[in-house]
Design a protein around this ligand. Structure first.
Ligand code: SF4
Length: 260
């Protein structure tokens, strides 16, 4: 794993990501190396090798966030996971959280139970929502799609612990891949620990050529739902029916036209 360091010029950047106004990215690059990752376009700007083999650490961010306030939700880490393995040693995410203005509306998403280490500091925020990406793949498939991220079971336990500590929790069901993702099972299992949900269908374009080909070869039926307008709408309708059936709060069901 190549670890490189750099300095950021400013702590927060404006974003068009639904539900947030700003992002803060303390890491660029992600050890989790998810095959479908939408952030792998960063390899165009940082030619350090394959996605998942390098991480750029913006080590001055704990200092930069001091005494800064922004109005509008701040999403933490859009081109990495804030609790990827290197965080255990560097504690960069933790230092940023410690120094950040606790009035900031913070939203944080991860695939790691390391987040539970920071429950004490997260509880100091007036508005903090903490999310775990949960998808229902079996472990064999998880090992292919998210080779270095934690097991789904561990993520569910982390979500439970965050919830028991009275933090606002959410489950990010993403990417939803028709025929592979059992949304109903996730909702049933997670409902007691999640204040709300986001559901996002796979964005085939952003997932990249290599992943699209893998999906075409191994799960052509999934591709056929994602690329056919009628089938896709029918599938989204089924998701909406599940939302009604289980009476869960969903901030958004995101789906893409997938015209390739
Ligand atoms: S954890 Fe998120 S940022 Fe990291 S590789 Fe996976 S999808 Fe990409």
């Amino acid at each position: 794993m190549k670890i490189l360091t750099t300095e950021a010029k400013q702590p927060f950047s404006l974003t068009k990501i639904p539900g947030a106004k700003y992002v803060i990215n303390q890491y660029i690059g992600c050890e989790h190396a998810c095959k479908y990752c939408y952030a792998k376009f960063m390899c165009k700007f940082y030619s350090f090798g394959k996605w998942g083999s390098w991480v750029v650490v913006r080590e001055n961010l704990p200092e930069l966030v001091k005494n800064k306030h922004v109005a509008g939700k701040v999403l933490m880490s859009t081109v990495s996971d804030p609790y990827q393995p290197i965080e255990r040693k560097l504690e960069l995410t933790r230092k940023i959280l410690e120094n950040m203005n606790k009035q900031i509306r913070l939203s944080l998403l991860t695939k790691s139970c390391l987040i539970t280490r920071d429950i004490d500091v997260l509880k100091k925020f007036k508005h903090a929502e903490v999310g775990l990406t949960i998808n229902s793949w079996d472990e064999d498939l998880r090992k292919i799609l998210e080779p270095r991220a934690q097991e789904i079971e561990k993520r569910i336990l982390a979500l439970k612990e965050l919830n028991e500590n009275k933090l606002e929790t959410y489950a990010f069901i993403s990417p939803v891949i028709p025929k592979l993702t059992d949304i109903e099972k996730i909702i049933r299992e997670i409902k007691p620990f999640a204040s709300f949900f986001w559901i996002e269908m796979l964005n085939l374009k952003a997932s990249g050529y290599e992943f699209r080909n893998w999906l075409k070869e191994n799960f052509p039926e999934s591709i056929s739902v994602l690329t056919n307008k009628e089938k896709l709408f029918r599938y989204v309708k089924e998701i909406k029916e599940l939302i009604r059936k289980y009476r869960i709060e969903v901030k958004g069901v995101i789906y893409f036209p997938n015209i390739l």
